[in-house]
Design a protein around this ligand. Sequence first.
Ligand code: AMP
Ligand code: MN
Ligand code: MN
Ligand code: MN
Length: 275
Amino acid sequence: MIFDLHSHSTASDGVLSPRELVARAAQQGVDVLALTDHDEVCGLAEAAAAAAEQGIELVAGVEVSVSWSGRTVHVVGLKVDAGCAALRDGLRANRAGRRQRAERMAELLAATGIPGAFEGARLLATNEELISRTHFARFLVGRGYVKDVKTVFKKFLVRGKPGYVPHQWAGLAETVAWIRTAGGVAVLAHPGRYDMGKEKMSLLLAEFKEVGGVGLEVVTGSHTADQVPLYARHAEHYGLYASVGSDFHAPGEGGRELGRLPPLPANCRPIWEAW
Ligand code: AMP
Ligand code: MN
Ligand code: MN
Ligand code: MN
């Protein structure tokens, strides 16, 4: 069985519609796909219908932006009821500040000699409530300012670089509570991406577990070969189930493909055993 429990569609910053994404997953041999758009569940109905047609299983998911200890971390909710009011209200609040943030990002980019970034990013976003840094990154690449999306996140849009705007998302406990209220399980996404030392990571994992978190993404498109066993040990230590997801956004972008992931290490308890 091939599981891919983290992916994006045009409902957030992916480039494939939910239907196209599911078709691609089926082509790649994925048996169980989770659609986990940022702060948004509006793509799930179309994805579920497409999955029924394609004969694959769709897990209803979401990737929530969280402010924790002065930084942003991502929590994936899996098997959520997308109709749950507490979840919907929380996600709406997370989306609400994005437009203003995007306008501010564009002002900062304009000040460094890059005009028109708001309109550019806005045109690349299908969901107007969900203009993300990825849309800005694609705009900068499309206009030839930067060679690829990965490089954008080194030179722009991150702390200390032009176009960075700090943002207040929901809290960790609050986010896990919405996911649980919606009947889902909360998974801490791509831990290897957070720029924090060992001690801070230990605090994050302990707090995540404490507030009801259930899983840790051990295998993700952004983990190196060394990070997989490292986070497998963390999962074991904190009593968290292990999840697997490509974090696919667009064909060819970031070199991640749906379902093309290494297996979970043997010491892991797969997250699907938790549901
Ligand atoms: P936002 O939610 O608007 O802050 O945008 C976050 C998104 O930017 C992530 O979900 C990724 O899609 C993208 N992103 C962040 N950092 C990187 C990176 N280093 N390389 C590629 N994409 C990134
Ligand atoms: Mn993204
Ligand atoms: Mn993420
Ligand atoms: Mn993601």
